[in-house]
Design a protein around this ligand. Structure first.
Ligand code: 7TS
Length: 412
């Protein structure tokens, strides 16, 4: 159950280039992943051979495009073990998926006095939509605290028990933190939320392409993710919703493609998923996402998770030996996803990222769309290295060598 990153690298054309005179080391996978040739080819093939609008034509191309689009839906359902392809709604990405739930479900179900629960380490995309939904309904938004001065203790599960009152109507949480690397016990959190009758929404942006995921085993009501972080194209993502919930939900966007009957006076809706896909969808994107699912499964998601884990252990080991470094999130040896965020005493994260770029290394620096979390940890920003299936231990070593140079430079 291991993978050979050198072999995998041959599948990714973009990796074979020099940046500032050095072979590219791409460690910004938390922001977006690179695309294998098979995904790029699927997009080109669709546009060269099959391009047509879906669900409305009786000609050959439209039928082919519709089959491929619906085939991608079925493939995604299988990828996350959804019971039914109708539970897969194509969106623009994680952000839009969460907004659909916040607007549709929030509008229908939230009342004054209700509570929406989130955690202290949500990405802005799983935080601001809930602020908006709670404000619109006169509901209250509460946060499950994070333990530890560096967030190393994970979610405070004892506090969760106190917070999960019958007033809580919805609990939204990230599966994997894009800044801390914390892996939340998703099935356990859903079980506890269900016990008070709360609906669960999981932000799976950082998890779905990095390991096995089964929505029925987790027992969530909604789950959101983006194709571009899992070797697929940009501009396409998924909202998974349990059929029983989706069928009762009104759409948040209306127009062509999602209506059953229209008169001058009004309209009725098709069932899910069409009900939530107004207008011409991103057909090519869905096909590209289907190809990404095939690609990841051809490698094996358990093997990808093991590879991420080996890299992050190696990185934690080497990084924690650097002087003046503050690593946030789980400690060395504790479970964490394949990413690590850190701050250097006296060096701004943007300087770290700029200097690393001189060595051909792509990192991310900033607040990572986690401003409230940064404030809680007393940090303006961090630098982040995030790994994926094509990264190697040698690349981690190049990062560490570059960071040593940066430290030396700023030490004067
Ligand atoms: N949720 C999490 C946990 C994320 O990491 C991201 C993107 C999103 C939601 C939003 O996804 P989108 O595809 O809708 O934009 N995270 C990052 C990041 O960490 N660096 O750049 C984007």
């Amino acid at each position: 159950m291991s993978l050979d990153p050198q072999k995998i690298r041959a599948d990714f054309p973009i990796l074979h280039q020099q940046v500032n005179g050095h072979p590219l080391v791409y460690l910004d996978n938390g922001a977006t992943s690179q695309k294998p040739r098979v995904v790029i080819d699927a997009l080109v093939r669709y546009y060269e051979r099959d391009n047509a609008n879906v669900h409305r034509g009786l000609h050959a191309l439209s039928m082919r495009a519709t089959d491929a689009y619906e085939g991608a839906r079925a493939r995604v359902a299988q990828f996350i073990h959804a019971a039914d392809p109708a539970e897969i709604i194509f969106t623009r990405g994680t952000t839009e998926s969460i907004n659909v739930v916040a607007r549709s479900w929030g509008h229908a179900h939230l009342k004054p006095g209700d509570v929406v629960l989130a955690t202290e380490f949500e990405h802005h995309s799983n935080l601001v939509p809930w602020q908006q939904a709670a404000q619109a309904a006169g509901a209250t938004l509460r946060y499950v605290p994070l333990l530890g001065a560096d967030g190393e203790g994970g979610l405070d599960l004892a506090a969760l028990d106190t917070l999960l009152t019958p007033q809580v109507k919805l609990f939204a949480f990230t599966h994997i933190s894009n800044t801390l690397g914390t892996i939340n016990p998703a099935a356990e959190l859903c079980r506890r939320a269900r016990a008070v009758g709360a609906v669960t929404v999981i932000d799976a942006a950082q998890s779905v392409g990095h390991g096995p995921l089964d929505v029925r085993e987790i027992g969530c009501d909604f789950l959101a993710f983006s194709a571009h972080k899992m070797c697929g194209p940009t501009g396409i993502g998924v909202l998974y919703g349990r059929r029983a919930l989706l069928d009762k939900l009104a759409p948040d966007e209306t127009g062509g493609g999602m209506v059953a009957q229209v008169t001058y006076e009004g309209a009725t809706w098709k069932p899910a998923p069409e009900r939530f896909e107004a207008g011409t969808p991103n057909v090519a994107g869905a096909i590209g996402l289907g190809a990404a699912c095939d690609y990841l499964d051809s490698i094996g998601r358990a093997a990808i998770a093991a590879h991420d884990d080996a890299l992050v252990r190696h990185a934690m080991d080497r990084l924690s030996a650097l002087p003046g470094i503050r690593i946030i999130g789980p400690r060395v040896g504790q479970p964490r996803s394949g990413l690590v965020s850190f701050a250097f005493e006296g060096v701004h994260a943007h300087d770290v990222v700029t200097f690393a770029n001189e060595d051909g290394i792509a990192l991310r620096g900033g607040h990572h769309c986690n401003q409230p979390l940064m404030r809680k940890l007393g940090l303006a920003s961090t630098s982040r290295a995030s790994f994926y299936l094509y990264n190697t231990a040698e690349e981690v070593d190049r990062l560490v060598a570059s960071l040593r140079k940066i430290q030396k430079f700023f030490a004067g």
